[in-house]
Ligand binder design. Structure first.
Ligand code: CA
Ligand code: CA
Length: 269
């Protein structure tokens, strides 16, 4: 299948290199579902199921030790990308300490889509590293930032659903169970991860089961691992979006609600 990477190479061949550098967008599709990844920042920017985009931002931050803040993948070098099939994408980034490989696998079916991610973080420095890996998610279920409820089902699973238009995402982050998780309103969690030195998410594994938050819900997972030189850490997560039959949403003025939600997307990163 075609990939943006393939198209990028064609554009580069024409000499329009600046276009490629500023927009490394990969589109995945399978069974009527679609995912867009902006590789320039390592972020899922769209997760379309049932014709509606349920994503605002889903991304990673990394930190070595607790003396500073975590960095997004936009500060890393994108070493390679590969999209041999329309439903599969592999990205590899590095900085002076870490290499991070992210593999996305999309499986779509009628009115549902499943996005699996497997991640490997490798210590490529010559010294021990204290990996602090954050996976941060801001889904906007049913295409609206509002009226979402996220619930901590267990130490590795968050469930997020829209209370007005039935749409649901369930995340399974069980391999291994994250050391910390947090849920809350945009943009607090992201601001703390990227702006507070040594920030840990607020809930240790095993605590706060059953807690929930309603609003413009966001949540994050944190894994801590001490990596020897050359050592690596692997984890995987999976998220399933299920939506109702298309006909059941029409009476709810869904389009107007989605339009209002898009206004929020003008917010600054
Ligand atoms: Ca949200
Ligand atoms: Ca919503």
């Amino acid at each position: 299948m075609n990939t943006f990477g393939t198209r990028s190479l064609s554009i580069a061949a024409l000499g329009l290199v600046s276009v490629v550098a500023s927009a490394q967008i990969f589109n995945m599709s399978d069974g009527g579902s679609a995912v867009t990844v902006d590789a320039s920042v390592g972020t899922v920017t769209a997760f379309v199921v049932g014709g509606t985009d349920h994503a605002f931002e889903h991304t990673y931050y990394l930190r070595n030790g607790d003396g500073g803040t975590a960095s997004g993948l936009g500060s890393f070098t994108l070493d390679s990308f590969s999209q041999p099939m329309s439903h599969y994408l592999e990205l590899v980034y590095s900085n002076s300490t870490f290499q991070i490989q992210i593999r996305y696998l999309l499986t779509g079916a009628a009115n549902q889509g499943d996005l699996a991610e497997s991640v490997v973080v490798r210590n490529i420095s010559g010294q021990s590293a204290s990996m602090r890996l954050f996976q941060y998610s801001d889904w906007d279920m049913a295409g609206t930032a509002a009226s979402d409820t996220v619930t901590r089902l267990n130490s590795s699973t968050m469930d997020q659903s829209d209370g007005v238009v039935a749409a649901n995402i369930a995340v399974h982050g069980g391999t291994p169970i994250p050391d910390f998780t947090e849920m809350g309103v945009f943009p607090t969690i992201r601001a703390n991860i990227t702006g507070t030195n040594g920030y840990y998410l607020d809930t240790s594994a095993g605590n706060g089961i059953g807690d929930s938050f309603t609003g413009d819900a966001t949540y994050a997972y944190q894994w801590n691992q001490n990596l020897a030189p050359g050592g690596s850490f692997s984890m995987s997560t999976d998220r399933l979006v299920a939506v109702p039959e298309p006909g059941s949403m029409i009476a709810l003025g869904f389009g107007a609600a989605a339009l209002l939600a898009r206004r929020r997307r003008k917010r600054t990163a």
